[in-house]
Design a protein around this ligand. Structure first.
Ligand SMILES: [Fe+2]
Length: 490
């Protein structure tokens, strides 16, 4: 592969960035925080964290392992504040569950950016939603925020972003080991935060290269070797955050954005919604055949924004998958959180659907699975094959407040609402040893107790979510809001 071609393509992503980090966003956020203390979920975290949780309820004896999670933790420096939630520096967290106790630790990933900006005492580089250009940069990894997911794989743990490399951290201490280069010619290539781990070992992942109109595909073996790598052309491409994998296909959805030119605006601000008006463009579905790593077929749906998928499986001559669709441009709205403005559309104008791809008819059909929601997950053993259970966080107002296990066949929902004063983060299914079904599992996550200002790990019996958590592990402090995580059974 021609590495220069990748870097040129990636460089346009890196040069993302007329909004500058500023004091106004800082002042607006802190004024809002004084009025609404619950916004502390989006406040700055300083230093590392370590502490023991107080257990309420009964922690299952057979639940042992490490719950690795990641999200942005530092949003402010030198009196300036980022403009977008996705900009903050990655704060890696580990909840260790062992012998009836739960301990928590968290620390920033020592990325190039975090180290340089900490030394300088101010922001230096452009980020996803905030344009800063106080210092030049060499490649994508100078800008790497390592803030989106924390993935155990092949005995190692990786802090993932999407515009550059994975960053390896120590599985015990979370100390930064360094940038991961899967193969020399793939150095600093975008590597998404949503790899799909094959239950038989190995993983699939991709890297979006909007500047060049390509998506890079990676198949990585169980031992970390790159088995296959390919580029597929995806024109009119903007943010592509996640994908989904079935037995025979890799499936992408490309929301209708125009990526505007701009040398002094952020990547987020260059996104112009092209899904409304007389020239509205559709939501494209790109289906790649796993055997040839080429585009098999392209489908269209009405214009929607997409972040996250559940799972995909082959159903005879069709492929089915679940995805959360958002009406309109929610990217900009999420940015408002940094100024203390809660998004109103994210939870109220989304819908989880199952998409059925009919190859012969060339049609994609959707059927509703659940209403306003986000953070879909499935049991790890069913990735790429037939599944019936989908985890979704639900919310009818401006925060996600319920955790739900949805039966995608019957539509039946087994859910639990935390109620006022809580904000729920991603929950994951942790199968019991030799699990016989998708619900023979614990459902683990984190919820923020906003009134007490503390982070709480939650444990549900996946077969009886509506019965409420079997255990809550309460910390004596607040934890930075995470995007994604994964449980590694001990
Ligand atoms: Fe994500």
């Amino acid at each position: 592969m021609d590495r220069r071609r990748f870097l040129a393509a990636a460089g346009s992503l890196a040069f993302a960035g007329s909004a500058r980090a500023d004091e106004q966003t800082y002042r607006r956020f802190h004024a809002a925080l004084a009025r609404e203390p619950a916004l502390a979920v989006y406040a700055d975290t300083v230093g590392s964290q370590a502490g023991a949780a107080r257990i309420e309820g009964r922690l299952p004896a057979d639940l042992q392992g490490s719950f690795y999670r990641n999200g942005p933790g530092r949003f402010e420096l030198g009196g300036e504040r980022y403009h977008h939630w996705f900009d903050g520096d990655g704060f890696a967290q580990r909840w260790t569950v062992a012998d009836g106790k739960v301990r928590h630790q968290g620390r920033f990933v020592d990325t190039r950016r975090f180290v340089d900006e900490s030394q300088a005492g101010r922001f230096l580089y452009p980020s996803f939603g905030t344009y800063v250009a106080r210092r030049g940069f060499r490649d994508n990894d100078t800008l790497n925020a390592a803030n989106t997911n924390l993935l155990p794989f092949n005995g190692r743990v990786y802090a993932l972003w999407e515009g550059g490399s994975a960053t390896e951290v120590d599985p015990e201490t979370l100390a930064t080991v360094g940038v991961k280069t899967w193969r020399d010619d793939l150095r600093s290539m975008p590597f998404s935060a949503h790899p799909k781990i094959d239950p038989q070992g190995g993983m699939w992942n991709f890297g979006a290269l909007p500047g060049s109109g390509n998506i890079a595909l990676y198949q990585i073996g169980a031992d970390g070797q790159v088995l296959r790598m390919a580029l597929i052309p995806v024109p009119q491409q903007a943010m592509v955050h996640d994908f989904v994998v079935s037995a025979n296909h890799l499936i992408f959805m490309v929301p209708p954005y125009d990526l505007l030119p701009g040398n002094d605006t952020s990547f987020a601000e260059r996104h112009a919604w092209a899904g409304s008006g007389s020239n509205a463009r559709p939501l494209r579905i790109i289906v790649v055949a796993k055997d040839t790593l080429t585009v098999r077929q392209v489908f269209e749906l009405p214009p929607r924004m997409v972040f996250h998928f559940g799972n995909a499986w082959e159903d005879g001559a069709c492929t089915r998958f679940d995805v959360v669709l958002h009406a309109g441009d929610v990217l900009a709205e999420l940015g408002g959180l940094m100024a203390g403005e809660r998004p109103s559309r994210l939870q109220t104008r989304s819908e989880a659907v199952q998409v059925c791809l009919d190859y012969a008819a060339g049609q994609a059909r959707t059927s509703r699975v659940f209403g306003a929601s986000e953070f879909p997950r499935v049991a790890p053993q069913v990735v790429g094959s037939r599944h019936r259970k989908l985890v979704l966080l639900g919310g009818s107002d401006t925060v996600l407040s319920s955790v739900n296990l949805v039966d995608t066949d019957s539509g039946k929902v087994d859910g639990y609402r935390f109620g006022a004063g809580w904000q729920v983060e991603e929950h994951v299914l942790v199968p019991r040893r030799n699990a016989r079904s998708e619900t023979d599992a614990y459902l683990l996550g984190v919820a923020q107790d906003l009134r007490k200002g503390v982070g709480v790990m939650t444990v549900f019996d996946a077969a009886r979510v509506s019965a409420g958590p079997v255990a809550l592990a309460r910390l004596p402090y607040r934890t930075p809001h995470c995007f994604h995580g994964n449980f590694l059974t001990a």
